[in-house]
Write a protein of this length. Structure first.
Length: 384
């Protein structure tokens, strides 16, 4: 199945690891640094794009995503150099999406204009809350006023924009979330990413939770109520869910994320970036977490760790796990071609009868009820 990736497309992910501050809930590979050698990072990122371009010639590039960390701390010239190189080694799709993540505290109109000129056509902003007290509790450097100013800048600069919010926060009631989400929807965004707060080990929140110091978190029933209320409000506002945590107006879905969820190929460069690339077979790629180590390796000619060859079962399992996150779901014929086996009838029929899955011909998808318990569904269906 060397050509299976074509069903999902091809993208480039660029990880910028630096932040102005580390948020207590964040388990991404991010590092606080007072000074960054932009020229050195530009050379390393460009070098890695060229290396992959030589390995994967003739591709159509559907999307580029600058994630982090805080990519809006990058000089626009770095973004421009990466995009220039990417569209030199690969052919850009006519509708190529170029997304850059931004924190409201780092948004400046001049900088945003620089990103637009460089080729960015979509911005994703990490608001996380529309309440100053909760923003402080989440360790954010911006307040609501800054977030709204950043939104105005984004609207006036880019054709497409999105922002993130976190719910099921400490001491948050269903009424609180209802009011906050309605306020967010009043801004008429194209796209919203709405995440339930999860406490990850190795984070400041994780350590605090382990010590019994993170009080006021909602119980499972309240968190579930918030999830289902989110689906209802967004659907009514014209931003239906197209994935577990993502909502969009029709046609405004994140094309880059859809590459992940539909089993496409994507190159990952930068510290801690993951990728999936198909050459003689499909491989999982990883990079060192340390910015210093990655930079040194990239400068030496290869900013990548050893690759892992993915078996047919690995690929089928990933397609299942990622595809069922979306409203569209998976194609059972494609799944069978990858795994070499059919979906087990017993668990499949039980999950359909329980209203967690829906099947239409060869298409299998989760229902809204099913997406709320996705991990349990995937566990039942994963191939041996």
């Amino acid at each position: 199945m060397r050509d299976d990736w074509r069903a999902g497309g091809f993208g480039l992910y660029v990880h910028w690891p630096f932040c102005a501050a580390k948020c207590p809930y964040c388990d991404f590979n991010s590092h606080v640094s007072s000074a960054v050698d932009m020229d050195a990072w530009q050379r390393a990122l460009v070098s890695e794009v060229r290396r992959f371009g030589e390995e994967l010639p003739g591709r159509i590039l559907n999307s580029v995503y600058f994630g982090g960390g805080t990519p809006s701390l990058m000089d626009p010239s770095v973004v421009e150099a990466v995009l220039h190189t990417a569209t030199d080694v690969w052919t850009p799709a006519n509708d190529m999406e170029v997304t850059l993540e931004a924190n409201p505290s780092s948004v400046e109109a001049k900088r945003f204009e620089g990103y637009r000129v460089a080729g960015v056509n979509r911005v994703s902003m990490g608001f996380q809350a529309l309440n100053d007290g909760d923003l402080r509790a989440l360790g954010r450097l911006h307040d609501v006023s800054e977030a709204l100013q950043a939104l105005d800048v984004a609207r006036s600069t880019f054709d497409r924009f999105s922002f993130d919010l976190i719910y099921a926060r400490q001491n948050q009631s269903l009424a609180d979330w209802d009011a906050e989400l309605k306020r967010a929807l009043d801004f008429d965004p194209d796209h919203l990413s709405l995440y339930q707060l999860t406490i990850e080990s190795g984070t400041a929140f994780g350590d605090r939770f382990a010590r019994g110091g993170l009080r006021g978190l909602p119980d499972e029933d309240l968190a579930a109520d918030m999830y289902f209320h989110t689906q209802e409000l967004c659907e009514a506002a014209g931003l239906p869910a197209y994935e577990v945590s993502n909502h969009a107006k029709p046609g405004q879905e994140s094309r880059h994320n859809l590459i992940y969820w539909s089993g496409g190929d994507y190159v990952g460069i930068g510290p801690g970036a993951h990728g999936r690339v198909t050459t003689d077979r499909r491989y999982a790629t990883t990079t060192p977490l340390s910015p210093e180590n990655w930079l040194a390796m990239a400068e030496a000619g290869r900013g990548e760790l050893d690759r892992e060859a993915l078996s047919a079962i690995d690929q089928a399992g990933e397609y299942l796990m990622m595809g069922l996150r979306t409203v569209q779901g998976i194609d059972l014929q494609r799944y069978g071609a990858l795994s070499g086996q059919e979906m087990p009838d017993g668990p499949l029929n039980d999950l359909i009868a329980a209203g967690l899955l829906i099947q239409s011909g060869d298409q299998l998808a989760t229902t809204a009820k099913g997406r709320a318990v996705l991990n349990a569904i995937v566990t039942e269906l994963l191939p041996d």
